[in-house]
Design a protein around this ligand. Structure first.
Ligand code: TNX
Length: 525
């Protein structure tokens, strides 16, 4: 238990750490929850049973979204009516949702979940914490809860969980540029990552191979740049309305969409669409291969400046979340100083549009001939990926940033599991399930702990053409990255984690997820 959980226990009078008795074989043990909660005290004498008489008690307001989501999930499997009712009645069996008045130590994303024979109570300070608590309740129900019209019984282990995250940024990225994934696929991925309390969806919306978002005034971007993908199949793009639909769906799961338009490199789809972005005003052909480092915007021209302002402005208009990601990786086709002034200006534009700039670590580490890096606004967030170079904030940048950790040799879900994996790349791999779990942002990278924003599981799609491919690479590695971001490092013990991970498999099966049965995990038969 952390100091804050201990404090809650003492001041809130919620009881001390119980001794954990063996769980009944019919319930999911609290100890199996991923990410591991801050504190879990099972009480097998107090199991709850979801029945046809159970009601969901919601105060409305910030609890409404979670009440409706939970009711829909539970009704689908159980067939029970599970009415959502206002507080004040006398239901003999209830799931009670409460927002406000929770202990301050749990913050906005934390929750207290108390399970007794007649009542499940989820208490939080804000809507997101309540939703996180409901996702924990989901994991405590039998895996059958994920399948429509399943047989009961629906027992939940009694006891109490006190829980809140370690880092604010627990991201998952999805590359919809190399291969396009339609709205329904993205929504499915949102539901899958929400199960593990991921709270950021980083959408890689442009690259050499595709431009995936309508930008007013530049219809060619989607007509030409959106017309294909890796391998040459027709690509696709999101209309503004479809993008807004994705954002709203994510929001309903308390996930913030971070849109990325990659620049000045990784820009062939834009260059092929708009001749004026090329120094020679000649649009190259669309690109359907998988090399990197092949393109750059012509920086320093008014055409490029206008384009960048329009794109960032549109992202800011369409995106309610606070972040805009300008990419910035792997451009060695322009000089360091040209790169730095482009990035400095793009980051300023993001701030002028009221958002927080995010970019790959390159934006804080690429140096010009004088050894200087870009000048980044205070509050800029950088994402560390290239494990072969030092992270930002270890002395080389002129601007301190908050750092997201996605070191490719651990957190890149597009890397092969081992040499025999048919899908995926292997430049940073292979990345076994253990390798994806066996690291900490605080261990060995040299970034001050106050400058760690969180972690991200990155999923590039050069070799992934379907949701089935995406899921095969994400599962079982994604839950481990989520746990590194949420739970105390003291819970990160591979020998125990592999057992907990194995216990997730029936749930994935019920969800129709074709996961990789990694040999280092003791999967159920
Ligand atoms: C590197 S990570 C890239 C991506 C590729 C990925 C493949 C980063 C900032 N750039 O463009 O898709 O490797 O693993």
């Amino acid at each position: 238990m952390t100091a804050a959980a201990a404090m809650i226990t003492v001041t809130g009078g919620l009881g001390g750490c119980g001794t954990s008795a063996p769980a009944s074989p019919n319930v999911v043990p609290m100890a199996d929850v991923i990410p591991a909660p801050v504190s879990a005290q099972p009480n097998p004498a107090a199991d709850f049973s979801l029945t046809g008489a159970t009601v969901i008690v919601s105060p409305g307001g910030a609890a409404t979204a979670t009440a409706d989501w939970l009711a829909a999930l539970l009704r689908r499997a159980t067939g029970f009516s599970l009415p959502v009712v206002a507080p004040g009645g006398h239901a003999p069996s209830q799931i009670l949702l409460e927002v406000g008045g929770g202990h301050p130590a749990i913050g906005d994303q934390g929750y207290i979940l108390e399970i007794g024979p007649a009542q499940v109570r989820i208490q939080a300070n804000a809507g997101e914490g309540l939703f996180d608590g409901a996702e924990t309740l989901r994991q405590l129900l039998p895996a059958r809860i994920e399948t429509a019209r399943s047989p009961g019984p629906w027992a939940v282990e009694g006891g109490r969980i006190i829980d809140y995250p370690l880092y604010p940024w627990r991201g998952a990225s999805l590359d919809v540029a190399r291969h396009f994934f339609p709205v329904a696929d993205v929504e499915r991925y949102i539901d899958e990552i929400a199960l593990y309390k991921i709270d950021i969806l980083h959408l890689h919306l442009s690259d050499d191979q595709g431009w995936r978002l309508q930008i007013p005034g530049f219809p060619q971007l989607t007509e030409v740049g959106g017309s294909t993908e890796v391998g040459g199949a027709p690509g696709g793009y999101y209309t503004d309305a479809e993008y807004e639909q994705i954002v709203a769906y994510a929001e309903s799961r308390y996930i913030t969409v971070v849109p990325e338009i990659d620049m000045p490199g990784h820009a062939n789809a834009a260059l092929a669409s708009l001749p004026q972005l090329n120094c020679d005003h000649q649009a190259p052909a669309v690109y359907t291969g998988i090399s990197s480092g092949i393109s750059t915007l012509c920086v320093g021209t008014s055409a490029t400046s206008q384009f960048v302002s329009a794109v960032i402005g549109e992202l800011a208009t369409l995106t309610p979340g606070p972040y805009i990601d300008i990419g910035g990786d792997e451009d060695s086709l322009i000089s360091g100083s040209a790169y730095d002034s482009f990035v400095s200006r793009a980051a300023q534009t993001v701030v002028a549009d009221g958002k927080i700039p995010v970019g790959w670590a390159d934006i804080a580490t690429t140096q010009d001939a004088q050894g200087k890096t870009a000048t980044l606004p205070a509050g800029t967030i950088t994402e560390y990926w290239n494990y072969q170079s030092p992270p930002p904030d270890t002395g080389q940048s002129s601007s301190p940033t908050m750092v997201i950790f996605a070191p490719a040799d651990h957190a890149y879900l597009d890397q092969k599991y081992d040499a025999s994996t048919a899908l995926g790349l292997d430049w940073a791999g292979p990345v076994s399930v253990e390798q994806s779990y066996d690291w900490e942002p605080t261990a060995g990278y040299g970034v001050p702990s106050g400058e760690i924003e969180g972690v991200e599981a990155a999923l590039w799609s050069e070799t992934l053409t379907s949701m089935q491919d995406v899921e095969y690479m994400a599962f079982p590695r994604l839950p481990g990255i989520a746990e590194i971001g949420w739970s105390s490092p003291s819970t990160h013990v591979w020998s125990a984690y592999r057992e907990r991970l194995a216990a997730q498999a029936p749930r994935w099966q019920a969800m129709g997820i074709d996961y990789y049965r990694a040999p280092d995990v003791p999967w159920p038969a």
